[in-house]
Design a protein around this ligand. Structure first.
Ligand SMILES: NC(=O)c1ccc[n+]([C@@H]2O[C@H](COP(=O)([O-])OP(=O)(O)OC[C@H]3O[C@@H](n4cnc5c(N)ncnc54)[C@H](OP(=O)(O)O)[C@@H]3O)[C@@H](O)[C@H]2O)c1
Length: 247
């Protein structure tokens, strides 16, 4: 792992990231995180598609700004790290525009908070990538594999969700793929994507961002499982939250 130079600014920045990463799981689980979208949306707000396009476009801009100084002369490792983050957020913009079938609104504050978090994450990884891991190794190769499996599996399960809404914008019990075993397999694949990015980058910041995402998505998947169990009396009893057969 590559550690930053421990200047006072960096100590404050990394301490804040660590506190966020540790705190976000309990905050989301107990409904205190203020992330009002999808099943846990606010009554009013902005259309979900607009919200999602904003919050996934902002980090692309942040990434481009952070990488502008070294990109023209970047080496292969730098291009792969940059390309992974760029691909992830571009895919999410395209999915938000052309795949997801949103039924409602997302909170404006939620949109701004998530856009800020993603932009900070993209900026940090892009900026740290100015000082890349010196050479490729087996972990780097694993990072590429996990990244590809992550975005592929994430897209596949998003498509299964979108296909549920052929005739109406209601909520249905998801079927197919890992949905047979857990309510949020798309979150599991999102985590694999970020594990891949962390293995490509190796910077402490990337690992803290991964920790934040694991904590947030695990907590949200547990709330989602409870939501399905409350909404559908015939909900299959064997379904887990995020990790088939385990959690
Ligand atoms: N990195 C992170 O921290 C992070 C955090 C959150 C999300 N994400 C990414 O964003 C993706 C989507 O996350 P999300 O929380 O918005 O997922 P989600 O709540 O499962 O919603 C995804 C889409 O499927 C629809 N949908 C969900 N459940 C449905 C059901 N039972 N029946 C019919 N339609 C259903 C939603 O519609 P409605 O909008 O109408 O509910 C929405 O259009 C994740 O898979 C992940 O890639 C990343």
């Amino acid at each position: 792992m590559i550690f930053p130079e421990w200047t006072t600014t960096n100590q404050i920045l990394y301490a804040a990231l660590a506190v966020l990463a540790v705190g976000v799981g309990p905050a989301e689980y107990y409904g205190q995180s203020m992330m009002f979208y999808s099943k846990f949306r606010s009554v009013s707000g902005i259309p979900s598609r607009v919200s999602m396009v904003i919050l996934y476009s902002a980090p692309i801009v942040a990434l481009l700004v952070s990488a502008r100084s070294y990109l023209p002369n970047a080496n292969l490792i730098q291009w792969i790290v940059f390309g992974s983050v760029f691909t992830h957020f571009s895919k999410r913009v395209l999915e938000s525009l052309f795949l997801h079938k949103y039924s409602s609104h997302a909170g404006l504050l939620t949109t701004l908070l998530v856009a800020s978090f993603y932009s900070t994450a993209a900026y940090l990884i892009g900026w740290m990538n100015g000082n890349p891991f010196p050479s490729t190794d087996g972990w780097f190769a694993l990072g590429i594999v996990l990244f590809i499996v992550g975005i592929g599996g994430n897209f596949y399960h998003h498509k299964l969700l979108a296909d549920l809404r052929k005739d109406s914008f209601d909520y249905f019990i998801p079927r197919g793929g890992l949905f047979e075993f857990a309510v949020c397999p798309h979150y599991l694949f999102e985590i694999l994507t970020w594990l891949g990015i962390a293995l490509l980058s190796r910077h402490l910041a990337a690992w803290l961002i991964l920790l934040f995402i694991v904590a947030y998505l695990t907590a949200r998947s547990l709330r989602t499982l409870k939501w399905y169990q409350d909404k559908f009396s015939d909900f299959p009893k064997n379904r887990k939250a995020i990790l088939p057969l385990v959690l």
